[in-house]
Write a protein that binds this ligand. Structure first.
Ligand code: GUN
Length: 294
């Protein structure tokens, strides 16, 4: 069993990005600039955004964090999005999700200029991704594919089972894994809350990508000997051991499943760090106008 070390790979990629940024700046180019909008004080969102801001520093990017209280109106938030769309110094920006109930996430996403949508959530980016055109690919799916590539995991013709159909992970990763490319070219099955015989479908899988947000959902009897397991779950559960009072739990019962696998990602330290680094890469691409010219 090989443990997929997302932390180490992401550190390596951040170094690669930082080297490229240093070269751009040395040649008189503009330092890439990522802005993040954070609404309210959700613990998970605070942590994710803090990690994103820290990663910007490590990559040599400029970052701006824009905060709103949870009672911000939808119009106020949309006005800020429009302002960032027009701000020539900002190469890309994100609005951290989830948003408070009174704000339409879809409206916010669709107001972001798709050329600055480094989260890859805008329908133009989602649509272009699904038909294999250059675009900003959303960070978690991009991070998963990068791990498969760096560990040279074969995917062509593989039975790939995706657990979960979210817009952020399940749907895009399924689309990417079926594309005629490497990584990809797999036979993809997407399972969700209405799926029958889920355990049986999982047992067929050469690759399982678990992204349903249900701690330790995938048990050993659902996994074929030698399977590759990618665990996207990051549920915060209370802990008496950690200083923060909580810890992250994946969607896979790691202790029981790991001995059966050829490759497996841990939680934390697997997909999570790759997600952040994919956002950094998208920001660099935005700064270089490598996906969309003006
Ligand atoms: N909430 C959970 N994951 C993400 C993400 O990748 N981007 C944003 N903006 N919000 C999130």
């Amino acid at each position: 069993m090989t443990l997929i070390d997302g932390k180490a790979i992401s550190a390596q990629i951040k170094q690669e990005i930082a080297a490229e940024v240093a070269e751009i700046v040395a040649k008189g180019g503009k330092r890439p600039h990522l802005a993040a909008i954070l609404v309210g004080h959700d613990g998970g969102s605070e942590t994710y955004v803090a990690h994103k801001v820290k990663a910007c520093g490590e990559c040599g990017f400029k970052s701006t964090l824009i905060r709103f209280e949870a009672d911000v109106t939808e119009e106020e938030l949309l006005a800020k999005v429009r302002e960032l769309n027009e701000d020539a110094d900002v190469d890309g920006f994100i609005v951290q999700l989830p948003l408070p109930k009174h704000i339409s996430e879809q409206k916010v996403i669709e107001t972001i200029d798709y050329r600055k949508d480094v989260d890859g959530f805008h329908p133009i980016n989602v649509g272009r991704m699904s038909i294999g055109l250059p675009c900003f690919v959303s960070a978690t799916p991009a991070g998963i594919l990068e791990l498969l590539k760096r560990y040279e995991i074969p995917t062509k013709g593989a039975e790939c089972v995706v657990l979960g159909r979210s817009n952020i992970v399940g749907k895009p990763v399924a689309a990417l894994m079926m594309q005629k490319a490497y990584p990809g070219n797999a036979t993809v099955t997407v399972c969700h809350s209405a799926t029958k015989n889920l355990a049986e479908i999982c047992r067929r899988a050469d690759i399982i990508i678990a992204a349903l947000g249900s701690p330790e959902f995938v048990k050993a009897d659902m996994v074929k000997e030698g399977a590759v397991i990618i665990d996207v779950g990051t549920t915060r559960v209370p802990s008496t051991v950690t200083k923060s009072g909580w810890k992250l739990k994946g969607d896979v019962d790691f202790e029981a499943v790991a001995p059966k696998c050829s490759f497996i990602t841990p939680v934390p330290g697997g997909v999570g760090p790759m997600t952040i680094v994919s956002l950094m890469r998208n920001t660099l691409l935005a700064a270089k106008k490598a996906v969309y010219a003006d």
